[in-house]
Design a protein around this ligand. Structure first.
Ligand SMILES: NC(=O)c1ccc[n+]([C@@H]2O[C@H](COP(=O)([O-])OP(=O)(O)OC[C@H]3O[C@@H](n4cnc5c(N)ncnc54)[C@H](OP(=O)(O)O)[C@@H]3O)[C@@H](O)[C@H]2O)c1
Length: 309
């Protein structure tokens, strides 16, 4: 078992979070979800100590199994999971579902996956019809109601920290109207084509660590010619340039890879010069590559304006 050499960031709770975590989203399909155990185990063997899952991914079980099979003490692994959009009315129940799925006693970080609450006819069960975003957002519970319940979960000790995901400055401002606990993390889509510099500055000022999802920007950003030039200059891959850029800006990342070689790449990152960090940041074009709005202009029941995106 490799010792971990991945750098860490400090959360506003005082806890450390490994700067690179393994993304554990694989889309639909029970078989694919079960296989997450094998490649999460490979990642743990190679030094990963942070796994990013969510109730909605259906991979909490595989993540829990990988942790137990790794033999690494539980307290040496940072595990994040997320409250799905259709559970805001069931926060206190949903965390128990997630703990049960993973067979863990606690999570290190529990995120509100999206700011909006969404209705599903089947209640707390797995939604069948979310892929096209044709779901109904609810007026209530509000994100403030949900956050108040998240604070109760934190007080229960079932999670060591709470945070949010897919929040903008607009929705964070709304949250701060009633929040007693400052979110430890805001996990958002972030890559060189969506640099989110204003959100990053805002979160830094509030003591919220930003975690980048879709951190490599898929093949689209990885094949950008300027990223390619930097990769050649540093003798690394485009993904390594992009992930190094995130870390240099104080962001944690959760790249997903099933491949051992690419997993290793993603935790062996160069240090970029200030000038080269600027080159990558200048590629920003405010382009989202994840969560495309449907024909009605909505993502899971909310408009871009409602998100503040
Ligand atoms: N909070 C949210 O709403 C939210 C939304 C989206 C994602 N996430 C989290 O973020 C994680 C990652 O997001 P993502 O999958 O959208 O983006 P990503 O990690 O940037 O991209 C994953 C894709 O890139 C490939 N890849 C990974 N490392 C590579 C490398 N070094 N070189 C070339 N290709 C590489 C993977 O293929 P291989 O597996 O074949 O290597 C996979 O096809 C998810 O698993 C999830 O945990 C959160």
């Amino acid at each position: 078992m490799a010792a971990s050499t991945i750098p860490s960031f400090k959360l506003n709770t005082g806890a450390s979070i490994p700067a690179v975590g393994l993304g554990c989203f694989v889309g639909a399909g029970d078989e694919k979800r079960k296989q997450v155990k094998d490649w999460a185990l490979t990642a743990l063997k190679n030094g990963y100590r942070h796994l990013d899952t969510a109730w909605i991914y259906g991979t909490e079980t595989a993540v829990g199994e990988a942790i137990r099979e790794s033999g690494i003490p539980r307290d040496e692994i940072f595990v994040t999971t997320k409250l799905p959009w259709h559970h805001p009315g069931y926060v206190l129940e949903s965390i128990d579902d997630s703990l049960q799925n993973a067979q863990l006693d606690y999570f290190d970080l529990y995120l509100v996956h999206f700011p909006q609450a969404v209705e599903y006819p089947e209640g707390r069960g797995r939604p069948q019809n979310a892929e096209d975003h044709n779901v109904q957002a609810l007026e209530s519970p509000t994100l403030n109601d949900t956050w108040a319940d998240m604070e109760k979960v934190l007080a229960s000790g079932k999670v060591k920290a709470i945070g949010v995901s897919n929040f903008s400055i607009k929705t964070l401002e709304q949250l701060f109207k009633t929040a007693k606990v400052v979110p430890a993390v805001n996990q958002v889509e972030l890559h060189p084509y969506l640099a989110q510099s204003d959100l990053l500055s805002y979160c830094k000022e509030k003591g919220i660590l930003v975690t980048a999802y879709t951190p490599t920007g898929y093949a689209k950003v990885r094949s950008d010619p300027d990223i390619g030039k930097l990769a050649a200059k540093y003798g690394v891959t485009p993904a390594q340039i992009i992930l190094a850029w995130h870390l240099s800006r104080g962001c944690a990342v959760t790249p997903k890879s099933e491949n051992e070689g690419r997993q290793k790449e993603n935790i062996n990152l160069p240090t970029l010069s200030d000038e080269d960090i600027e080159v990558v940041t200048s590629l920003d074009r405010n382009e989202r590559l994840c969560n495309f709005p449907n024909e009605a202009g909505k993502v899971y029941g909310w408009t871009m304006e409602q998100f503040g995106w």
